[in-house]
Design a binder for this molecule. Structure first.
Ligand SMILES: Cc1ncc(C[n+]2csc(CCOP(=O)(O)OP(=O)(O)O)c2C)c(N)n1
Ligand SMILES: [Mg+2]
Length: 675
């Protein structure tokens, strides 16, 4: 029997399982996982509140891992609470296993978030912490829980940590506790090759409480977690100085700790001795996948205690529900992921407005009817028109989460990642706005939203070169083509991983929002114009509902059309103007509005053929790269778009120069029909 303290035995057991799964998979990241083992054990055995028999319990504390490469640490910990089996981790990194290389969100098994792209994990924790405050304000203290997160050198260095740190500090998120696994080693070098910052001071200046400890010392970890839990004003950062590859030995039995080489390969490949290291950790090299008896005993007790505590909390909730039936119903609804009931037909849109303004009108209705929507903007609310919502509520401030608006500041990636954390936490519907050209700054978080199947909504305005005088830096050209690629990628549920809609007028904008709200299992991007757009002739909300099939005929030809013209957004009204000229010469035109190529492609073949019959020539018009419409036009037609950056000038001038007017539509269609 070992004479080590039980907490050291548990940490060694986690280290043992971590190196064993990486060794068996012949790939993975053992070093960091070994250093973080002491912290995660103390957290899961003593501080974190969860129900081992009901891991998705709504009122649980959350644990968000930032360095997904440390998955062996998390999986090993989750084995100890029976969320995974030893067999599961023997399948680490294998086809269709429950233990992919980097963790993928799975509430039922205690994985709160998908992680791997460094920096996003702890930023999602900030989103969850804001959500916890938001819900506590509305439902009371029984809902209170902590948001723990674990970050590493990589996450600390990622730029997104600046936004996350600033916002958490500004809002005084005392429910947020972050452990920094500071092992001074990263993927390719020691950290001193890239940084000399004083991380503690950095976070202190953002308004955090900071404590630096020996991150492999259980007593110091407890002291820090006690202090963090006692903190009532600020988010808390525990800088844990840890040892990469803690416990590793080489063939001679000498220490093989603190080496860059153990970051991302099996320890044997790095030059350590697997057998000697396993023995050093108290394991058996012949059968390294084991849970030590004393560790199993401890965790049997832990599970019992955690479960009893959760039952107590659940009983409190039941009592509260009995005493507050109306609020209880609301709570239930917030977490139901049901489509909110909104009478979209009652939303009055002014004709011929910019679609961003039409969006603002819808958001104003949401502000009155959707109590669990949280809207955010990256310092552009008055321009992206999320202020339609803001004007009816107020922004979050430290200690006051009664409003429904987050001022993100100029931090688009942070904002998008925070929105992911809100959606993960559950109970709220996050909406974030900025200029479409800056969707580029958000892509990494959009991708993780899509992978996690989160219903985050993006409001993107200033949708094309018609931004005008601001010039090419602000004029999206390739952005729509890029983001629509996400409509083509299937998620793990076999559905489009994203919905992207670009409405053609004010009424289609209402429908675009309806589509966004009804899309509860993937993110939605809504692309909106800065400039006024003429309503489509005889436009009504009822007619615009055709957009729900992705594409629909907005102008029928009289008899057999000579040409079918298709576009989305403001280009649809340009097609109408061109059609007028063509019709004068007896050319029969039909116009199709394609709000979402992805949704249209999901329709049955009959519908697709009805809208875009193969035998009719087609003309596509897009203010961006032509690829966004080419797949619909196919061989039987052309697309007029832009294959170059824009220029600074009034947009009416650019329209003329770039051929986005009736005359050019006329000319191009004439050319096409001559072919
Ligand atoms: C955004 C992003 N960039 C790069 C990587 C590749 N990568 C994985 S881990 C890592 C750095 C590892 O350093 P640290 O976070 O300190 O982990 P440790 O080596 O201590 O385990 C890098 C660059 C990544 N996962 N995400
Ligand atoms: Mg490190």
């Amino acid at each position: 029997m070992s004479n080590k303290r039980i907490e050291d035995r548990v940490a060694d057991n986690i280290r043992l399982l971590a190196i064993s799964m990486v060794e068996k998979a012949k790939s993975g990241h053992p070093g960091g996982a070994m250093g973080g083992a002491d912290f995660i054990n103390i957290l899961y055995s003593e501080y974190l509140n969860y129900d081992p028999n009901d891991l998705a319990w709504v009122n649980r504390d959350r644990f968000y891992l930032d360095p997904g490469h440390m998955s062996p640490m998390l999986y090993a910990q989750l084995v100890l609470i029976d969320a995974f089996s030893l067999d599961d981790i023997k399948e680490f990194r294998q086809w269709k296993s429950l233990t992919p290389g980097h963790p993928e969100v799975n509430f039922a098994r205690g994985i709160e978030n998908t992680s791997g792209p460094l920096g996003q994990g702890h930023t999602m924790a900030v989103g969850a912490a804001i959500t916890q405050k938001f819900l506590q304000e509305r439902f009371g203290d029984w809902t209170k829980h902590n948001i723990y997160t674990f970050i590493s050198d990589g996450g600390i260095q990622e730029e997104i940590s600046q936004g996350a740190g600033r916002i958490a500090g500004y809002l005084g998120l005392d429910n947020l506790i972050m452990f920094y696994d500071s092992n001074d080693i990263q993927l390719s070098t020691e950290t001193n090759v890239v940084t000399s910052e004083d991380t503690a001071k950095k976070y202190e200046s953002w308004g955090w409480s900071v404590m630096t400890i020996d991150g492999n010392n259980p007593d110091e970890i407890r002291k820090a977690l006690d202090a963090a839990n006692a903190e009532t004003e600020k988010p808390f950062l525990i800088i844990g100085k840890t040892i990469m590859g803690k416990g590793l030995l080489d063939e001679n039995g000498a220490s093989f700790e603190a080496k860059v080489s153990t970051h991302g390969q099996p320890i044997s490949a790095a030059g350590a001795s697997f057998a000697k290291s396993v023995e050093n950790l108290g394991g058996n090299p012949e059968n390294p996948f084991e849970i030590f008896e004393d560790v199993a005993e401890l965790y049997a007790k832990v599970k019992k205690e955690k479960s009893e505590y959760a039952q107590k909390r659940k009983a409190e909730q039941a009592e509260w529900e009995k005493a507050n039936p109306e609020l209880a119903a609301k709570w239930e609804k917030f977490f139901s992921n049901e489509v909110p009931e909104i009478d979209y037909s009652a939303i009055e849109q002014k004709p011929d407005t910019a679609t961003r303004v039409a969006s603002s009108t819808v958001l104003a209705t949401f502000a009155e009817q959707m109590e669990n929507m949280i809207v955010s903007s990256a310092d552009l609310a008055n321009s992206d028109k999320t202020d339609g919502f803001l004007k009816k509520t107020k922004s979050f401030t430290k200690g006051d989460f009664s409003g429904q608006f987050l001022q993100s500041g100029v931090a688009e990636l942070t904002m998008a990642s925070i929105a992911n954390g809100m959606a993960l936490h559950g109970g709220v519907i996050p909406v974030v706005g900025t200029f479409f050209v800056f969707s580029d700054y958000m892509k990494p978080a959009i991708r993780i939203a899509a992978l996690q199947e989160l219903p985050v909504k993006y409001v993107w305005t200033h949708d094309a070169f018609r931004v005008g005088e601001d010039g090419p830096t602000h004029q999206p050209i390739e952005q729509e083509a890029q983001i629509r690629l996400m409509e083509r990628v299937q998620n793990h549920s076999g559905k489009n991983s994203m919905l992207v809609v670009r409405p053609a007028d004010a009424n289609e904008t209402t429908v675009a929002w309806k589509m966004a709200m009804e899309n509860t299992n993937s993110p939605t991007g809504i692309i909106l114009s800065r400039q006024n757009v003429k309503n489509l002739p005889d436009s009504t909300y009822q007619k615009a509902l055709g957009a729900e099939r992705g594409a629909y005929v907005v102008k029928k030809a009289e008899g057999q059309p000579d040409v079918i013209m298709l576009a989305n957004g403001s280009e649809v009204s340009t097609l109408f103007a061109g059609a007028e000229l063509l019709e004068k010469e007896g050319i029969k035109t039909e116009i199709v509005s394609v709000i979402s190529e992805g949704i249209f492609n999901n329709q049955d073949e009959d519908y697709k053929k009805e809208i875009l019959p193969a035998n009719v020539p087609k003309f596509g018009l897009t203010a961006g790269l032509t690829v966004s419409l080419e797949s619909l036009v196919k061989d039987n037609g052309t697309v007029w778009g832009l294959n170059h950056f824009g220029y600074s000038a009034p947009f009416t001038k650019l329209d003329k120069e770039f051929g986005f007017n009736a005359e050019n539509v006329y000319n191009q269609v004439k050319l096409l029909l001559k072919k």
